[in-house]
Design a protein around this ligand. Structure first.
Ligand code: NDP
Length: 241
């Protein structure tokens, strides 16, 4: 029977590529999103993948949303914690609201989504939790104290949970993408991209969403059963841990 995969923020950008790749690999996929109904409807029309709307930043909404996904699609075997936001500001200008929103979504969101599913994965003796962190969680980035803190926290969460899940057949891994050519990154002024960003990337180009999706598909597979607690960097050589 096909395994069920749930991708948070699975309707746009990297998440959309992950949803599509998992479907192509034979999973029954559900894609969560926060508020952009138009993008979600277009995504379902194009891919046939059902979408479910709630915020990963709210625990009760996650519990209710997950109950709906499990009733309509099936018990979740593979959870991809991909939803993420930025609220950039230099630290002296950063507001408590900008800090909280990013921590609530990018870090607490992982607790909110994984915690309600953990018991089921333990009972079924199988699970894959794949967390999309960031190069900026590894190296830090000026203007992103909130985002860097959250994404770095995702890596600690990954390593701790991997140890707890190991004997129950659950693997927990993280991926740290560098600059990926999503709408958000491609919207950056062409001159800035060409003169300031691309030159920082040794391979000389942006990454593609599909290049992250293929790592997710591998980590979700039975072939990756011995990999847990790992962080896979995919950044074109921009940063080595
Ligand atoms: P996008 O902005 O293109 O898409 C974000 C997705 O997350 C959307 O589907 C959005 O839903 C959803 N989302 C946002 N907030 C919430 C929430 N509170 N609850 C549920 N869903 C939410 O992001 P990217 O594809 O660029 O990034 C995906 C992940 O990869 C993020 O975690 C990001 O930090 C990380 N990353 C991205 C890099 C890049 O270069 N793009 C580099 C390194 C890491 P909606 O459509 O409703 O808004």
């Amino acid at each position: 029977m096909a395994r069920v995969a749930l991708v948070t923020g699975g309707t746009r950008g990297i998440g959309a590529a992950i949803s599509v790749a998992l479907k192509a690999a034979g999973y029954k996929v559900a894609a969560n999103y926060a508020g952009n109904d138009e993008a979600a409807a277009a995504f379902t029309k194009e891919t046939g993948i059902p979408t479910f709307k709630w915020s990963v930043a709210e625990y009760d909404a996650c519990v209710a949303g997950l109950a709906k996904v499990e009733a309509e699609v099936g018990p979740v075997d593979v959870l991809v914690n991909n939803a993420g936001i930025t609220r950039d500001a230099m630290f002296h200008k950063m507001t408590p609201g900008q800090w909280k929103e990013v921590i609530d979504t990018n870090l607490t969101g992982l607790f909110n989504m994984t915690h309600p599913l953990w018991g089921g994965m333990r009972d079924r003796k199988f699970g894959r939790v794949i967390n999309i962190s960031s190069i900026n969680g590894q190296k830090g980035q000026a203007g992103q104290a909130n985002y860097s803190a959250a994404k770095s926290g995702d890596l600690g969460f990954t390593k701790a949970l991997a140890q707890e899940g190991a004997r129950a057949g659950i693997t927990v891994n993280a991926i740290c993408p560098g600059y990926i050519g999503t709408e958000m990154v491609r919207a950056i002024d062409e001159k800035v991209l060409a003169e300031r960003i691309i030159p920082q990337i040794p391979v000389g180009r942006l990454g593609e969403p599909d290049e992250i999706a293929r790592i997710v598909t591998f980590l979700a597979s039975d072939d990756a059963g011995f990999i847990t607690g790992s962080t896979i960097s995919a950044n074109g050589g921009q940063f080595f841990v």
